[in-house]
Design a protein around this ligand. Structure first.
Ligand SMILES: Nc1ncnc2c1ncn2[C@@H]1O[C@H](COP(=O)(O)OP(=O)(O)OP(=O)(O)O)[C@@H](O)[C@H]1O
Ligand SMILES: [Mg+2]
Length: 327
């Protein structure tokens, strides 16, 4: 334990023993076994911690190796980490790893298709730094109204195509970049959950930014996600990144609802989505082809599923509403 107390947690910059991350230390033969409690199951620094711990412990005479059982305990400070209660029955996150593969397009069209099927649907732009949903749904960048609900001020989401929509795009000056670091993104994502006057939703669809970073972790730690939907283009480079996004969600214990291959067809080929789904034993939701109409729809500000209501993805969503999270 003394040797482990020299190991510094790379992010928190304190030693792992005083941070109470080491549990159940025992020596069996020449191997030190212990449980390491991470602050997030998706901790990207596992390997660094393992190597540092191993280097420290094998300095001790008679110890040749270490065996770590990884565990995680997400801190329960509700202001920063705990999950929030919102009047939403199913929250679905759209992610891809790679940028530009069609997350926002899929999120918008899925939301519209669900609304057309009679569900009450919210669409939340979790891409705080690069919000595209206002353009996707063709809404002007006007700030939401502030309403008072139970003595608390909340943002009223915009209504369009039968959806309730919130995006940082409505709150920023057009063309101005936000240069925010992780904690601010985390706060913004939580505010989009708690400080928006969501009106008893069957589905809240969250459109994530590219990457496997702060936004994905913040969303998954802020609200119990019903599931994640992975969007990929058919080519190997997109599938590589989508694989990381999928595994990240699995590490965050977000059930994978399925993989959608987008922009399938002549330009990018086909089959990457099917292969990704098969490799991870998750459902494939099939492919959405590259079409001129879809490309134009984003510019024109009107999701194509509004005029093509028989969108396939919507029929694949779980009908179960058992995961009710009503406040
Ligand atoms: N099936 C499709 N056919 C034609 N164009 C498409 C299709 N899907 C998406 N697009 C277009 O590709 C571009 C990127 O799509 P989109 O913005 O949805 O991707 P994204 O993954 O959300 O990107 P980002 O990572 O930047 O958030 C948009 O211009 C969109 O209109
Ligand atoms: Mg997007």
């Amino acid at each position: 334990m003394q040797a482990l107390s020299t190991v510094i947690e790379p992010e928190l910059k304190r030693d792992i023993v005083s941070l109470k991350m080491v549990e159940d230390l025992r020596i069996e033969g020449d191997v030190a076994h212990f449980r390491f409690v991470l602050t997030t199951p998706a901790c990207p620094l596992r390997d660094v911690i393992y190597e540092d711990a191993r280097a420290a412990v094998t300095q001790v005479e008679g110890i040749r190796d270490i065996e770590i059982e990884w565990a995680s305990r997400v801190p329960t400070d509700r202001r920063i980490h705990g999950t929030v209660e919102i009047p939403v029955r199913n929250t679905i996150a759209i992610t891809s790893g790679k940028g530009g593969v069609g997350k926002s397009t899929v999120a918008t069209n899925l939301a519209v298709a669900l609304a057309q099927s009679g569900a009450r649907v919210g669409l939340m732009d979790a891409d705080i730094l690069g919000p595209n949903l206002p353009t996707m749904v063709g809404l002007p960048l006007s700030p939401p109204r502030v309403v008072t609900v139970d003595g608390k001020q909340k943002m009223q989401p915009h209504d369009v195509y039968g959806l309730q929509v919130i995006s940082m795009g409505f709150l920023m000056k057009p063309g101005q970049p936000l240069m925010w670091r992780g904690p601010m993104l985390h706060t913004a994502i939580r505010q989009f959950l708690t400080d928006v006057n969501w009106n008893e939703l069957d589905y809240l669809i969250a459109d994530l930014p590219p990457g496997t970073g702060d936004a994905q972790i913040s969303l998954a730690q802020s609200v119990p996600l019903t599931g994640g939907l992975i969007v990929t283009q058919p080519q190997a480079v997109a599938v590589e990144d989508a694989t990381k996004a999928l595994v990240m969600f699995q590490q965050l214990e977000v059930p994978i609802l399925g993989v959608i291959e987008n922009m399938s067809g002549a330009f990018f080929g086909e089959g990457g989505g099917e292969r990704l789904a098969a490799a991870h034993g998750v459902p494939s939701w099939g492919a959405s082809r590259w079409t001129r109409r879809c490309a134009k729809a984003a510019t024109a500000g009107g999701p194509w599923s509004f005029t093509t209501p028989k969108g396939r993805p919507a029929r694949r969503l779980p009908r179960s509403r058992s995961r009710s999270r009503r406040a």
